[in-house]
Every structure is written in structure tokens, then in C-alpha cells.
Ligand binder design. Structure first.
Ligand code: HEC
Ligand code: HEC
Ligand code: HEC
Ligand code: HEC
Length: 434
């Protein structure tokens, strides 16, 4: 028979087991952390870095003034580089003195030449990273001879409509408008629709898309499907199909917990298939990487169907590390899922109307030969074929670039006190917002 343990032994045994417990816990946590770090650390750090570097239109002006002179092959004037920039700005100054009132303005009506000149420098030239010559014959700023100017005018109209129909109507809208820089960010063409982290995260598989119709029923018959998804397609391309073809079949209604259902809903008659779960997850990752947020930025992780608000982020934490739900939602962070849904309707509207903005179809064989019958990726840029022509259409990442609120959006209210009231985004482009 064993002698009963002495008090000292019992204490020692307790101490040892506590110590072992702590070591095991630390090692386990460290191992998990290490694996997590190994898997996602570099990407997350790169994304956080990208998100921390702000973009403003004067960055575009720096791009122009730092760039080498560039001569387009279509016979236009050289338009990039310090010298072209200075020539353009000076010609603009002289033009404004001779023509204080505008001559051929169709969208920015009500502004005088000096105001337009100011807006053009930072927010048009600066946004695209091009000098005035890209769109203007600098002897005559009123002439409509360069096709890029016609596109730019249509883009002015597009920005006004986008803000009016989608942005200012966001629930709990924070006051940021879309402007040229929001998409262009110092680049006139070929803006990315996705980022590297998303590209790396998508498995290279083909999927069959059985999208949901207006009643929320799965469409199985290939003959009933849009041509783009009649045959199995790459998962990455299937995601873009959802970004450009989103529809809501049960509009959001605060009183109805089953409302707000659309193209990405999983629970419906018949139940979701593994393939739909796969597609849904990849669309969700696409949003996550575009905004650099986790799932609970938009969802209560105990109820993915619901549209309730989420809680305040802990001070100093990234929005994806929100305190567990259960606290009262902070209206500032509420409705992000609903906002995302509105944004899907916006990208769908953009895709459907893209041709009417007279954007310039691509002719570069390195692009056109690599884009399929309906569209496809070249690098991180997504190209769509519309009536046989190849165009870039924006996705979530084009504006967001790893930020919940795009850094290159413009918020009149956040101007420094001395600058409040200055016309930065002309009211014509604000769509009736403040
Ligand atoms: C990306 C194309 C683009 C660039 C770059 C650009 N502009 Fe413009 N500009 C336009 C468009 C489009 C209009 C006409 C706006 C409208 O119809 O409402 C315009 C109109 C003007 C007008 C008014 C002309 C009139 O009809 O009276 C002036 C002045 C002007 N721009 C100056 C400049 C200057 C100076 C620069 C360079 C700092 C510049 N623009 C860069 C597209 C551009
Ligand atoms: C919603 C995103 C978005 C916004 C906002 C936007 N653009 Fe664009 N823009 C694009 C895309 C995408 C293209 C097509 C580029 C391509 O096919 O590579 C384009 C093309 C253009 C082109 C033709 C460039 C070329 O040489 O082919 C011009 C000029 C232009 N935009 C001017 C503007 C101006 C000026 C504004 C602000 C009034 C503006 N854009 C706002 C997305 C946008
Ligand atoms: C930027 C906001 C946003 C982020 C981030 C996000 N979601 Fe979603 N989620 C949505 C929207 C919008 C829908 C679409 C609802 C629809 O179409 O019916 C949705 C739908 C879903 C659904 C289907 C719910 C239903 O009604 O059947 C699931 C499941 C889901 N998300 C899971 C996730 C997961 C897991 C993550 C993280 C990897 C995530 N979401 C990240 C906005 C988001
Ligand atoms: C044309 C530019 C543009 C595109 C494309 C775009 N967004 Fe946005 N998004 C914005 C702007 C601007 C805001 C800020 C509005 C505000 O001030 O409330 C915003 C805000 C949001 C918010 C709310 C963030 C917050 O913290 O308030 C979510 C969620 C969001 N977008 C999701 C998406 C998703 C998902 C997509 C793709 C389907 C997308 N966005 C595409 C411009 C864009």
C-alpha cells in the first residue's frame, strides 16, 4: 500500500502540473501562431503596409513630374514628364486669363475657367497621372479633338451618377464620394480588379455556376444560363461573374430576418451544394482582401444571414478584430453587409453601362489574345468582352485597395479648417449629397 502523500508533495505535484499546463498552453499557442504567421503573415503585413500608404491626387502630380517624357505612338503630343506638365499648366493659366468664362463645358456647368483649371490640375490630371496634353490641345482647351477628352467627359457623368445612385444612398453613409482618383490612382489605364493576396488564395479549379434567379431558385438548365457561365469556368472568373451580375431577390427589410437575400445567399430551397459554398467563400475572400477586413467586419459570425450591425473595434485594433458581438452595435460600423450589397449593385451597374461611358477598347495583342470569349484576367486586371471589344471594368479592389473606406475617395467635410468650403469635388459630381 502506498503511503499517503505529504502536504509538501501535493503542493509540488500541483505546481508541476500547473507548470506543465502552462508550458503546453504556451507551446500550443506558439505553434498555432507560428503556423498562422507562416501561412498568412507576409501577406497580411504587405496588405497593412499598402493600406497605410495614403493616396491623394497630389501623388498623381508627383507621378507626372517625376515620370520620363512619354510619346504616344498615335501622333499625340508627348504628355508625361516635368516639361510637358509645366507647359500644360502654363498654357492653362494663359487660357484662363483670356477666357475667364468657359466655352465648351457640358458637365461642369456653372464653374468658371479658373475653377475648372484648379480642379483639372489636382483631381483630373493628378488622379490619372497625366498632363493636360493627354486630353487637350493646349492651344485650345475648349476643343474636343482628342478621344481621351470625350472619355473623360463621360467619366465625369459616370462619377456624378455613381455618387447620386449608390454612394450617397449608402445606409450610414460617412460622407466620402467617388472621384477620378478613387479608381485611377495615378494610372490612366489597366487598373487592377484584384490584388496578389486574392490571386494567391484562389485554387486553380473550374466550377459550374448555378446562379440563383429572381425568385432565388437555382438555375440548373444550361440553356437558361447566361452564356458566360454555360460551361464550367475558372473559379477566379466565376467570382468576377458575381461581381458584375449581382441581383437581390428579397430586398432588405429591418423587420424580416430572412430579407436582404441575393445572388450569394446559400440557404434556399434545395439547400446549397459544395460548389456554391466554394464560390460563396471565394467571393467573401475577394471582399475581405479588397477591403483588408475579416468576416466579422460585415457579419455576426453566429448568423451569416443577418444584417445586424457589428460592434465598435477595440481601440487601436484593425477593424477585423472586433470585440465579440453581444454589445450594442455602433451605428458607425453597422450595416457593412448592407453597404457591401449596395456596392455589388454598383459594380453590376458599372459593368452593364460600361460601353456607354465610351471607354477606350483595348487593342494591345498581349491583352486581347489572352482574354477569353467573355473575359478574363491578365495579371491582376480583369478584362471583359462587351460586343466583341475588350474593356477593363472596375471591381471592389479597384477603389478599395486594401482599405475599408477607399483612401482615394474624397470627403469635403474632412478638409483642414483653412480649406473647408473650397470647391474640390464640384457639386455637379456629388449627386445631391452634402
Ligand atoms: C483626362 C482628361 C483631361 C485632362 C488630363 C485635363 N482635362 Fe481639362 N477638361 C477635360 C474635360 C472632359 C473637359 C470638359 C468638361 C465638361 O464638359 O464639363 C475639360 C475642360 C477644361 C477647361 C474648360 C474649357 C472650356 O470649354 O472652356 C479648361 C480650361 C481645362 N480643361 C484645363 C485643363 C488643364 C489646365 C489641364 C492640365 C492641368 C487639364 N485641363 C487636364 C478633360 C481633361
Ligand atoms: C469606377 C472607376 C472609375 C472612375 C471613378 C473613373 N474612371 Fe476613368 N476609367 C476607368 C477604367 C476601368 C477605365 C478603362 C481603362 C482600361 O480599359 O484600361 C477608364 C478609362 C479612362 C480614360 C481613358 C484612358 C485611355 O487612354 O484609354 C480616361 C481619359 C478616364 N478614364 C478619365 C477619367 C476621369 C476624368 C474620371 C473622373 C471624372 C474618371 N476617369 C473616373 C475607371 C474609372
Ligand atoms: C465586405 C462585407 C463582407 C465580408 C468581409 C464578408 N461578407 Fe459574407 N456576405 C456579404 C454579403 C453582401 C453577402 C450577400 C448576401 C446575399 O447575396 O444574399 C454575404 C453572404 C454570406 C453568406 C451567405 C449568407 C446567406 O444568406 O445564405 C455566408 C455564409 C458568408 N457571407 C460568409 C462569410 C465569411 C465566412 C466571410 C469571411 C471569409 C465573409 N462572409 C466576409 C458581405 C461580406
Ligand atoms: C467606385 C469605387 C468603389 C467601388 C468599385 C467599390 N466601393 Fe466600396 N466604397 C466606396 C466608397 C467611396 C466608400 C465610402 C462611402 C462612405 O463614406 O460611407 C465605400 C464603402 C464601402 C463599405 C463600407 C466601409 C465602411 O467602413 O464604412 C463597404 C463594406 C464596401 N464599400 C464594400 C465594397 C464591395 C464589397 C465592393 C465590390 C462589390 C466595393 N465596395 C466596390 C467606393 C467603392
Amino acid at each position: 500500500m502506498q503511503a499517503p502523500m505529504r502536504a509538501n508533495d501535493r503542493q509540488a505535484a500541483l505546481l508541476v502540473s500547473v507548470a506543465v499546463g502552462i508550458v503546453v498552453a504556451v507551446v500550443t499557442t506558439a505553434t498555432f501562431w507560428w503556423i498562422y504567421e507562416l501561412a498568412t503573415g507576409p501577406d497580411r503585413r504587405a496588405a497593412a503596409l499598402a493600406a497605410a500608404a495614403p493616396y491623394d491626387p497630389s501623388s498623381g502630380v508627383r507621378i507626372i513630374t517625376a515620370a520620363a517624357r512619354n510619346a504616344p505612338t498615335d501622333g499625340r503630343e508627348p504628355w508625361l514628364g516635368q516639361q510637358a506638365w509645366l507647359e500644360g499648366v502654363q498654357a492653362g493659366q494663359a487660357w484662363v486669363q483670356q477666357n475667364p468664362n468657359t466655352l465648351n463645358v457640358q458637365v461642369l456647368t456653372g464653374m468658371n475657367s479658373a475653377q475648372i483649371w484648379g480642379y483639372m490640375q489636382q483631381h483630373v490630371s493628378g488622379a490619372l497621372g497625366v498632363s493636360c496634353q493627354y486630353c487637350h490641345n493646349v492651344q485650345n482647351f475648349a476643343a474636343d479633338t482628342i478621344p481621351a477628352k470625350i472619355t473623360a467627359r463621360n467619366m465625369l457623368r459616370m462619377v456624378g451618377q455613381l455618387n447620386a445612385e449608390y454612394v450617397v444612398n449608402l445606409p450610414n453613409w460617412k460622407g466620402n464620394y467617388v472621384q477620378c482618383a478613387t479608381c485611377h490612382q495615378g494610372q490612366p489605364q489597366n487598373m487592377p480588379a484584384v490584388n496578389d493576396q486574392f490571386t494567391k488564395s484562389v485554387p486553380p479549379i473550374n466550377v459550374t455556376v448555378n446562379h440563383l434567379n429572381e425568385q432565388g431558385e437555382e438555375v440548373l438548365d444550361p440553356a437558361q444560363k447566361p452564356a458566360e457561365i454555360r460551361d464550367p469556368l475558372a473559379l477566379k472568373d466565376a467570382i468576377m461573374f458575381y461581381v458584375y451580375n449581382y441581383q437581390v431577390w428579397r430586398p432588405f427589410n429591418q423587420a424580416d430576418p430572412e430579407s436582404g437575400r441575393g445572388s450569394m445567399a446559400l440557404t434556399f430551397e434545395g439547400g446549397p451544394t459544395q460548389e456554391q459554398v466554394n464560390i460563396n467563400q471565394t467571393v467573401m475572400n475577394y471582399q475581405g482582401w479588397s477591403l483588408n477586413v475579416g468576416c466579422n467586419y460585415c457579419h455576426n459570425s453566429r448568423n451569416f444571414v443577418a444584417y445586424e450591425g457589428i460592434t465598435d473595434p477595440k481601440p487601436g485594433s484593425s477593424p477585423s478584430n472586433n470585440a465579440p458581438s453581444g454589445n450594442l452595435p455602433n451605428p458607425q460600423y453597422a450595416y457593412n453587409k448592407l453597404k457591401a450589397q449596395q456596392m455589388f449593385l454598383m459594380t453590376t451597374w458599372l459593368a452593364a453601362n460600361w460601353e456607354t461611358f465610351a471607354t477606350v477598347p483595348k487593342t494591345d495583342p498581349a491583352i486581347t489574345n489572352n482574354v477569353g470569349e467573355f473575359g478574363g484576367f491578365v495579371g491582376n486586371t480583369y478584362y471583359r468582352r462587351i460586343n466583341g471589344q475588350v474593356y477593363t471594368v472596375p471591381g471592389c479592389y479597384t477603389c478599395h485597395r486594401g482599405n475599408a473606406v477607399p483612401r482615394a475617395a474624397i470627403n469635403q467635410a474632412e478638409l483642414p479648417p483653412g480649406e473647408a468650403g473650397i470647391v474640390i469635388l464640384p457639386t455637379q459630381l456629388r449627386g445631391g449629397g452634402r
